[in-house]
Design a protein around this ligand. Structure first.
Ligand SMILES: *Cc1c(COP(=O)(O)O)cnc(C)c1O
Length: 458
C-alpha cells in the first residue's frame, strides 16, 4: 500500500480551545459589532483570522529564545539574524524592524513623497495604507486572470507587463520611487508570482530606471510554488530559488510573522548603501537602534532560526499541502473558492457563494459572521470593508473580488480541524438561500477601517 503523506514534525506542547454554544456565539459577535477582529480569542474555536504571528515555533526556535543576547548595541542575536538574511537573500544591507508595516513605514519614509505613484500587484492593505498616508497612490497592475476565481492559472500573483509599462510611460521616473511585487500576493488569494514574471518585471523596471522591491512576507511559499509549478525549477532547491528571486530586486520589506514562523518581527533588506543610510535614520527614529529595531534579542534569535526552517522543503510541503487539503475539501462540497488554492489560505468567493446578497451589504463579511456563528471559526473579510473608501470621493470602493479568507496558521492545526472547518462551510452553503440580508456600517475609522469597524444587522 502507498503510505499516506504525514507532517515532518510531532507536537510537544498543546493549548486548549473551546467551541462555545450557538447562543453564546450569537451574543459575542453581536457585542463585537459583527467585527471578528473585536472578538476575544477565548471566544473563538478555530482561529483562521490570519497566519500572521500565529504559527507554532519549533523546539529549536524556543532554544534560541533562551540564547537571545539582549545587548542594546551590537547584539550577538542581531548578527545571527543579519548573517542569515544576507546569506538567504543575498542582500548586503539589512535593518531590523518590529514587523512588516514598520519596515514599510521606515522604507517609504526614505523613498516616497506626495504625488508619487507606486505600481505593483494588489498591494497589501498596510502597504497601501502607508502609500496613501503619504498622499501617494498605489496602482494595481495584477494580471486579469487573478480576478476570475474559477479559472486555473498557476501564477495569479503575476504583474501584467502591459499595465505596468503604461504606468511607466504615463508618469515621469521621478514620480515612481519604486515598483512593489508582493510574493505571494496576499490580496489576490495568496497567489504566487512566477520567476519568469519576476525576471520580466525586473527587466522592465531596469529599462525605465525604476527600483524593484519585494513585499516578501511569504517569499518561501512563493519559492515552493516556483519549484512545483515552473518546470525549469523542478530540480532546484528552495534556497537557491529564493536567492534567484531576490537577485532581481533592489530590496525588500518583510513581515517575519509569516514565512519566518515567529510571533513578531520584520526587516528591510537592501542592495543600495545610500537608501540604507537614509532609511537608518528613520529606523532609529521609529523602531529602535540599528541592531534591534523594535525586537528583543531573543526575538531576533528565534527569527534567524525560523528563516532556516521556513525555507526547508519538507516543512513547506506540509504547509502548502494542508492549505490545499482544506481547499479540496471545500471544493468537494461545491463551495466556490479562488483556484488554485494559495499558499497560506483558502479564499472563498463570497460573490458566488451569496449571489442574492447585494454588495452594498458586504457579502464576504456576512459570510465571515455566518461561519463564526456556525462553528466558532474565525476567518476574515477580504472585500469592501478592507478596500476602504476612495480617499478623494470618500465613496466605498467595491473591489473585483469579495473573498472570505481562511488563513491557516503554520504548524498549529491538524487535518481534523480542517475537516471541521469544511463541514461548517458546507452547512452554511446548504442554507445559503436563507441568507438574504447583510450588514450596514455604524462606525468606522478614516483609514484601515476594517480593524475597528462596527456593523449592524440589516
Ligand atoms: C502581513 C503583511 C504585511 C504587514 O506586515 P505586519 O507584520 O502585519 O505589519 C505586509 N505585506 C504583506 C503581503 C503581508 O502579508
Amino acid at each position: 500500500m502507498e503510505l499516506p503523506y504525514t507532517e515532518p514534525y510531532k507536537i510537544k506542547t498543546t493549548e486548549s480551545i473551546r467551541q462555545g454554544t450557538c447562543a453564546e456565539r450569537e451574543k459575542w459577535i453581536k457585542e463585537s459589532g459583527y467585527n471578528l477582529f473585536k472578538l476575544r480569542s477565548d471566544h473563538v474555536f478555530i482561529d483562521l483570522l490570519t497566519d500572521s504571528g500565529t504559527g507554532a515555533m519549533s523546539d529549536e526556535q524556543w532554544a534560541e529564545i533562551m540564547k537571545g543576547d539582549e545587548s542594546y548595541a551590537g547584539s550577538r542575536s542581531y548578527f545571527k539574524l543579519s548573517d542569515t538574511v544576507k546569506e538567504l537573500l543575498g542582500m548586503p544591507y539589512f535593518l531590523p524592524t518590529h514587523q512588516g508595516r514598520a519596515a514599510e513605514n521606515v522604507l517609504f519614509s526614505a523613498l516616497i513623497k506626495e504625488g508619487d505613484v507606486i505600481p505593483g500587484n494588489s498591494h497589501f492593505d498596510t502597504t497601501k495604507g502607508h502609500i496613501e498616508f503619504r498622499k501617494a497612490a498605489a496602482i494595481d497592475c495584477t494580471i486579469d486572470e487573478a480576478f476570475d476565481t474559477s479559472g486555473f492559472y498557476p501564477f495569479k500573483g503575476n504583474l501584467d507587463l502591459k499595465k505596468l509599462e503604461k504606468v511607466f510611460k504615463k508618469y515621469p521616473k521621478e514620480k515612481i520611487p519604486l515598483c512593489i511585487i508582493t510574493i505571494t500576493c496576499n490580496t489576490s488569494g495568496g497567489q504566487p508570482v512566477s520567476m519568469k514574471n519576476i525576471k520580466e518585471v525586473s527587466a522592465l523596471c531596469k529599462k525605465y530606471g525604476i527600483r524593484l522591491f519585494f513585499d516578501a512576507a511569504r517569499f518561501a511559499e512563493n519559492a515552493f510554488f516556483i519549484k512545483t509549478r515552473e518546470e525549469e525549477y523542478m530540480n532546484v532547491g528552495i534556497r537557491d530559488i529564493v536567492r534567484g528571486m531576490f537577485s532581481y530586486a533592489d530590496g525588500a520589506t518583510m513581515s517575519c510573522k509569516k514565512d519566518a514562523i515567529v510571533n513578531i518581527g520584520g526587516f528591510i533588506a537592501l542592495r543600495d548603501k545610500e537608501i540604507f543610510d537614509k532609511a537608518s535614520v528613520f529606523n532609529i527614529m521609529f523602531e529602535g537602534y540599528l541592531t534591534y529595531g523594535g525586537m528583543s534579542g531573543r526575538d531576533m534569535a528565534a527569527l534567524a532560526q525560523g528563516l532556516w526552517e521556513g525555507t526547508d522543503f519538507q516543512y513547506l510541503e506540509s504547509r502548502i499541502r494542508q492549505v490545499a487539503y482544506l481547499g479540496d475539501k471545500l471544493k468537494y462540497y461545491n463551495i466556490p473558492i479562488q483556484e488554485p488554492t494559495g499558499g497560506h489560505a483558502v479564499f472563498v468567493d463570497a460573490k458566488r457563494f451569496l449571489p442574492k446578497l447585494p454588495k452594498q451589504q458586504f457579502q464576504a463579511q456576512t459570510l465571515a459572521v455566518e461561519l463564526y456563528k456556525e462553528g466558532g471559526v474565525r476567518g476574515v473579510e477580504i472585500g469592501t470593508l478592507l478596500a476602504d473608501r476612495n480617499p478623494q470621493t470618500r465613496e466605498n470602493r467595491y473591489p473585483k473580488l469579495e473573498l472570505l479568507r481562511l488563513a491557516i496558521p503554520r504548524r498549529v492545526y491538524t487535518y481534523n480541524h480542517m475537516d471541521y472547518v469544511a463541514a461548517c462551510m458546507a452547512n452554511i452553503y446548504n442554507r445559503r438561500n436563507e441568507i438574504t440580508t447583510g450588514y450596514k456600517i455604524i462606525k468606522e475609522a478614516p483609514i484601515m477601517r476594517h480593524f475597528t469597524i462596527e456593523l449592524e444587522k440589516l
